[in-house]
Design a protein around this ligand. Structure first.
Ligand code: SF4
Length: 79
């Protein structure tokens, strides 16, 4: 389970985040590339934009569920 005390540097503020367990597989970017972007220097993904509608939320949940190491979290904060 993702840990909000262990977030990667570049996440924008809001509910969804990537933590440092990320192995940089790129799956979240494949699923929801508008929201999850790869930081090629650090070798991890980060949340570049929070979803603002139902469609975006569905994509972010799908990305979260597709992460093989559970590095994506939703802390329930307002987007
Ligand atoms: S799916 Fe998970 S491990 Fe893969 S890049 Fe995204 S956050 Fe990292």
């Amino acid at each position: 389970m993702a840990d909000k005390a262990n977030k990667v540097e570049n996440n924008v503020d809001g509910a969804y985040y990537v933590d440092k367990e990320c192995i940089g597989c790129g799956m979240c970017h494949e699923v929801a590339g508008k929201y999850f972007v790869m930081d090629d220097t650090a070798g991890v993904a980060y949340v570049a934009e929070q979803p603002k509608d139902e469609e975006g939320t569905v994509l972010c949940v799908e990305a979260m569920n597709s992460c093989p190491v559970e590095a994506i979290g939703d802390d329930g904060a307002a987007a």
